[in-house]
Design a protein around this ligand. Structure first.
Ligand SMILES: [Zn+2]
Length: 249
């Protein structure tokens, strides 16, 4: 059966790579951008999450970001995050590449996390480069809109996430592509694989000989290339796979 097949593949994996997307964060209560009730059904994404919009009106950007940031900062890792941390600590996967910016993989103990869309935990002043935590900035948003840089009083404080119109983080993308090229097992979790560069990662892995496992609520464009496809909730499926793995394989 599929759970056992996935467990067997992962227990023999020594340099697996996991790729996670919004589905994993959604199970921690962070609404997806594209899904039902998602932020982008209420706002035009290219508008509110683009670098041009941010530069033209940081206050308008932050008014939207304040709401989402509050939810993300309060979120806790779920059993899918914990299962991935354990797969790494037991030596089956070497890293988690993620499209998520919420930092929940790090919170659950994953050591090597490749953030393909940057991190929402940090905020950078575009005028002077001063960095502070998002949590710190979040606290000021009731009194300060847009938030001001404590170092230079500038008003262009940008979360270190990749906005529309910004280049992808080269170092992270290269690292994910390299690990995909070396992977023995490619584990895709909670990503619909519709955006670059995430969509490219599993293709590189499979071309290089990795066996692929896909766990996602809905079908993905790479399902037909996978050895195992499980449509379900990551926080239920991954722990089930771990339970089916032999102890200290
Ligand atoms: Zn500054």
């Amino acid at each position: 059966m599929t759970i056992q097949h996935a467990a067997d593949l992962l227990s023999s994996a020594r340099r697996g790579l996991a790729l996670t997307g919004a589905g994993v964060s959604a199970e921690s209560g962070i609404p997806t951008f594209r899904g039902e009730g998602g932020l982008w059904t209420r706002y035009d994404p290219v508008k509110v999450a683009s670098i041009n919009y941010f530069m033209s009106d940081p206050a308008a950007y932050w008014k939207v970001s304040k709401e989402r940031g509050g939810v993300a900062l309060a979120a806790k890792p779920n059993p899918a995050h914990q299962a991935l941390a354990r797969l790494e600590s037991e030596g089956h996967i070497s890293a988690v590449a993620t499209q998520n910016t919420d930092g929940l993989h790090q919170d659950s103990g994953s050591k090597r996390v490749i953030e393909l869309h940057g991190s929402g935990r940090m905020v950078e002043c575009l005028d002077c480069g001063h960095r502070e935590s998002r949590a710190q900035v979040q606290k000021r948003l009731d009194d300060e809109m847009p938030p001001r840089c404590p170092a230079c009083s500038g008003t262009f404080l940008k979360p270190t996430v990749i906005l529309f119109g910004e280049p992808m983080p080269q170092v992270a993308v290269r690292e994910a592509f390299d690990l995909a090229g070396q992977a023995d097992v490619m584990l895709v979790v909670g990503s619909s694989l519709v955006v670059f560069p995430a969509a490219e990662v599993p293709l590189i892995a499979v071309r290089s000989g990795a066996a692929m496992i896909v766990i996602n609520a809905e079908p993905t464009p790479v399902d037909r290339l996978a050895e195992v496809v499980i449509h379900g909730r990551a926080g239920e499926v991954l722990p089930e796979i771990l339970r089916a793995m032999p102890i200290s394989a």
